[in-house]
Design a protein around this ligand. Structure first.
Ligand code: PLP
Length: 513
């Protein structure tokens, strides 16, 4: 076959149709036959077969490439649709979104300018407006789709930084170049302001906040952790204290980041209290709802009360809207703040295009060429509707509440907090002496249980550290996961932990002697 027969165009539509049908058939068969979330393969086992492939020797046909893919990817992939995948914030995906994905990559619109995307630009804008309405933002709201929560948080903090710098200059009477002594201007240059900037966020917030601070030229030290209560929610009194201290010591708080759904605990910071403190201090409030955004369409919408008072919000549709990666957005209450990422290029989005009101999404994004990820959410809403998504999310939250009761009633386990969303942090807690040896052994038993479970492929759970000790974590995002699945996985964990303890406990060694 000639290379040109692989270009998708009017003459190859039939080739396209058959190729995709093969691929879809392959994946469908795989998904129908998956009996575990994972095969347990190790990198060392898998790497040689991938290294051995000669990338300069093509296989020519899609079937042959799919056959090969079976052994290097499909056979051993981690399958999030399996009810015993309980590890990270990865959701099973809804079929209308997968359909959208196939359409968007074939048409391949690029959402930077109208002349590369036409209708796609308007569809994305409609979805941003829809999300903003769900948040409760007014008519001045806007936003943009991004690659994920990390990028959404980065962009929100970039806007917060530049707005704060502008306000600092304005407060000092420096509004433009005219009439300002050179040394005064220098004093208020961005480079002078940056070292004073601080970001306040709870100690349970996502590490992408620190990454963003580094990328924004502040350094990770600019992020000051605000203590949480037992429930892993930011303590407003602690935030108030930190705001007052910054004020006293001449540090400029450029943003308070509240988390609506922490990655480990699913805890939602007290948004109304935080909003009140931000408004009083004149500080930008960002809400990281990467995980909790599904509440926007759930019967638990009230858990997000106060989110409409934020200046910016991160939502990850690829977490709680059952969308394929990537699908995320950053929303702002005041669209004017997006001007901090607006640059004009003569070849792409000249200022005269803006004057003619031609919609150019690149003016609002930190990306240039950008996927039409919005189409997946569009297809989802058009087929299932928002309530359909909300029902799925509500179901996993209900399941987490039941699983919490199960764990609470089981003496072998300790669970950290009652979930607000769908995560559970717990550990196997054997009856061991209450000393450092006992604690270390408990840590090892839990670490071992997680690894052994992963190696078996029977189920996948996550792990985290709480107050220096190793815990396990369930992140429930699959409505197909039953309470029986959860009970069965707990038995597997207990079994692996016990096995480790009987091999390593000083007590059992003594008995064996
Ligand atoms: C997952 C997550 C992020 C990062 O989002 P990505 O889409 O993985 O980049 C940020 N914040 C919170 C609270 C998250 O759970």
């Amino acid at each position: 076959m000639s290379s040109r027969s692989n270009l998708l165009n009017d003459r190859t539509a039939e080739h396209y149709r058959r190729s995709l049908a093969h691929g879809v058939e392959r994946v469908a068969a795989k998904i129908a036959a998956t009996d575990r979330p994972f095969t347990g393969i190790t990198p060392a086992e898998l790497a040689p077969s991938i290294s051995a492939i000669d990338l300069d020797q093509p296989l020519e046909t899609p079937q042959a490439a799919l056959d090969e893919l079976e052994s290097v990817y499909l056979r051993d992939a981690v399958y999030f649709h399996h009810p015993r995948y309980l590890a990270h914030l990865n959701c099973p995906v809804v079929i209308p979104a997968v359909l959208g994905e196939a359409v968007l990559s074939a048409v391949n619109s690029s959402l930077d300018t109208w002349d590369q995307s036409a209708g796609a630009t308007l569809i994305e804008r409609r979805l941003i407006q829809w999300t903003a309405d769900r948040i409760g933002f007014g008519r001045a709201a806007d936003g943009i789709f991004t690659s994920g929560g990390t990028q959404s948080n980065l962009q929100a903090l970039l806007l917060a930084r530049d707005e704060t710098c502008r306000l600092v200059r304005e407060a000092a009477g420096v509004t433009g170049a005219a009439g300002i002594a050179e040394d005064a201007k220098a004093e208020l240059s961005t480079a002078r302001i940056l070292p004073k900037l601080r970001i306040l966020t709870s100690e349970c917030s996502h590490f992408s906040i620190e990454k963003a601070a580094t990328l924004l030229g502040l350094g990770a030290e600019a992020v000051l952790p605000v203590p949480c209560g037992e429930d892993r929610r930011m303590r407003p009194a602690a935030l108030a204290e930190q705001l007052a201290r910054c004020e006293r010591e001449g540090e400029v708080v450029m943003a308070v980041v509240a988390t609506a759904g922490t990655t480990d605990f699913g805890s939602i910071d007290p948004l109304p209290e935080i909003a009140g403190l931000c408004e009083a201090a004149g500080v930008w409030m960002h809400v990281d709802a990467a995980y909790g955004c599904g509440l926007l369409v759930s019967r638990r919408r009230s858990l997000l009360e106060g989110i409409d008072r934020a200046d910016s919000v991160t939502v990850d549709y690829h977490k709680s809207f059952f969308q394929p990666v990537s699908s995320s957005a950053v929303l702002v209450r005041d669209r004017d703040t997006l001007r901090h990422v607006t640059y004009h290029a003569d070849y792409l989005n000249p200022a005269r295009a803006a004057e003619r009101a031609i919609p150019n999404q690149v003016d609002k994004s930190i990306q240039t060429t950008r996927r039409f990820d919005a189409l997946k959410l569009w297809m989802t809403l058009r087929v299932m509707g928002a309530d359909g998504i909300g029902e799925l999310f509500d179901e996993v939250i209900d399941r987490a509440a039941d699983a919490w009761k199960l764990l609470e009633a089981d003496e072998r386990f300790e669970v950290v907090t009652e979930p607000q969303l769908s995560t559970l942090v717990f550990r196997y807690l054997p009856a061991l002496p209450d000393d450092e040896t006992g604690a270390a052994l408990t840590d090892q038993a839990n670490l071992h249980a997680r690894e052994a479970l992963f190696a078996s492929g029977d189920a996948i759970v996550a792990g985290t550290v709480v107050e220096g000790r190793h815990y396990l974590k369930f992140t429930l995002l699959n409505p197909e996961t039953t309470l029986d699945d959860i009970a069965a996985v707990l038995e597997l964990i207990a079994g692996h932990a016990e096995q480790h303890l009987s091999a390593h406990s000083p007590l059992s060694t003594a008995q064996a002697c």
